[in-house]
Design a protein around this ligand. Structure first.
Ligand code: HEM
Length: 462
């Protein structure tokens, strides 16, 4: 059904008085973003300041790199600024129409109430041993003296964490059968087929031969397997199980209603897609910074030894690794994997001192705000000490977005990253692959270091 906002989009009339912004043809702007995603934002800010309009595909998008505007957008009435509608074009065909990422209003809040508790920060230590075990097995297979793409290895770890900690797939056969189609899809999303998955006009099936057709087939297979798993949990009961799927099966809304099967399946797919690539890419960035800053690695190892008393590190020690926490934050400040969050404006509103019409997209630039010299002195320098014992000023640091849409997996991702980094630092000495020249590149929806961030194991430790 066409909303008033949608009809405004079709008319495109009130959009002439938006803040100025890049004027290149839409296709060129899209290509520029794909090729040099950070540089495009630097250039726009140099040229137009901390508020500008991007006219690529879809409605115009007014971008703010401004804590005041971020505060207004993150705290605004969710009925005025809707993220679900802004996300739906790209994400609904992939994740499903019941995914939390494409819902707005009361339906979105219901999903948050159901999904929030299982993903709550205090529960994360439950998964510590499992994460350590998964990371340990992957690291043990790394070759010594030969370059390998560390990003791909991080994807293996984060995918297995989702399948085992989130889905609780502990039976080897189910695990392998669910994993195979997912890996096929992720490979396609990393290849030249990616536009055929992300752009609606290119999503044709061709009897299962086109990339979209293969995805639809694989997704149906994953859904079938997960449905059988859900039925098993419903039948056997979930008592004593700590995985997030079991907690979601057991969850009840305020009317005492459980989640339906289709709802559960869409949310599981969402957790898989939203949770695995983002965390793997964030880890790849931390390695890029660490391998360029041996002094930081030394400090991390000293902290690890001090906290662990020289012995193996227990998962409960992770909370005490303050410098490691600062390192992951500084990496997320300098090289955020999500550069922007977006909302669709449902009615005219004044944001960041600008009067804006209904129907446009409004975006907070995570990257732009994290790079402002007035908020972050010498912003291009990697300096974890910015975060040691310091709380960033409000609305200046938000790698996980904000307000009622803030990332539900932030605690899981943050904890997992620290467990994995601590394992790697304890087990191997790494260096960058010789001759590697890093470029930030767009991979489906995240910004990553190019070529999978090739690294070399110099020696094994211990
Ligand atoms: C370092 C890793 C991650 C980063 C950088 C990240 C970043 C983000 C961002 C920027 C948003 C949008 C927030 C907004 O619109 O204001 C988001 C939403 C979301 N993320 Fe994450 N994420 C990460 C990991 C995860 C993980 C591990 C999961 C779950 C397993 C997850 C689940 C979600 C969900 C469900 C939403 C939608 C929330 C809503 O619409 O209410 N994310 N994430």
């Amino acid at each position: 059904m066409a909303t008033p906002a949608a009809s405004l989009v079709a008319e495109d009339r009130p959009f002439t008085r938006l803040p100025p912004g890049p004027r290149e043809p839409r296709l060129l702007q899209t290509l520029r973003f794909a090729i040099a995603p950070y540089a495009v934002q630097d250039r726009a800010r140099r040229q137009f300041g901390d508020c500008y309009t991007v006219r690529a595909f879809g409605p115009p998008m007014v971008v703010f790199a401004d804590p005041e505007a971020a505060k207004e957008i993150f705290s605004d009435d969710a009925a005025v600024l809707q993220a679900g509608e802004a996300n739906a074009d790209v994400l609904a065909p992939i994740l499903g129409r019941r995914s939390i990422l494409v819902l707005d209003g009361e339906r979105h809040l219901r999903e948050r109430r159901l999904m929030g508790p299982p993903l709550h920060g205090e529960r994360m230590h439950v998964y510590g041993r499992l994460m350590q075990e998964i990371a340990g097995r992957v690291i043990a297979a790394w070759p010594v003296g030969r370059p390998f793409p560390i990003h791909r290895e991080m994807q293996t770890i984060t995918l297995d964490v989702i399948l085992r900690a989130v889905f609780g797939l502990d039976e080897a056969s189910t695990f392998a059968r669910v994993r195979a189609p997912i890996v096929r899809f992720l490979k396609m999303a990393d290849s030249a087929a990616a536009p055929f998955l992300a752009i609606r006009q290119l999503q044709f099936e061709l009897g299962g031969l086109a990339p979209w057709g293969r995805f639809v087939r694989d997704r149906a297979e994953v859904r079938r397997l997960l449905l059988a798993e859900i039925a098993r949990r419903r039948a056997e009961g979930t008592e004593g199980r700590a995985d997030i799927l079991s907690l979601l099966v057991a969850a009840r809304d305020e009317h005492g209603e459980p989640m339906g099967d289709d709802e559960l399946l869409d949310e599981l797919f969402t957790l898989l897609m939203a949770g695995h690539e983002t965390t793997a890419t964030s880890l790849a960035w931390v390695f890029w910074h660490l391998l360029n800053h041996p002094d930081v690695v030394q400090r991390l190892r000293a902290e690890r030894d001090a906290v662990g008393g020289g012995g193996p590190l227990a998962p409960e020690h992770v909370a005490r690794l303050e410098y490691l926490d600062a390192v992951t934050k500084e990496s997320a400040r300098l090289t955020p994997v999500a550069t922007n969050v977006m909302r669709r404006l449902q009615q005219p509103a004044r944001i960041g001192g600008r009067d804006l019409p209904a129907g446009i997209n409004v975006s907070v630039s995570i990257y732009g705000t994290h790079h402002r010299a007035d908020l972050w002195p010498d912003p291009e320098r990697f300096d974890p000490d910015r975060f040691v014992g310091v709380r960033p000023a409000p609305h200046t640091f938000f790698p996980f977005g904000g307000g009622v849409r803030r990332c539900l997996g932030a605690a899981l991702a943050t904890y997992e990253m620290k467990v994995v980094l601590a394992e790697v630092l304890s087990r191997v000495d790494l260096r960058l692959a010789p001759g590697y020249r890093m470029r930030p590149v767009l991979r489906t929806i995240t910004i990553a270091p190019s070529r999978g961030m090739p690294a070399v194991v110099e020696r094994r430790l211990g």
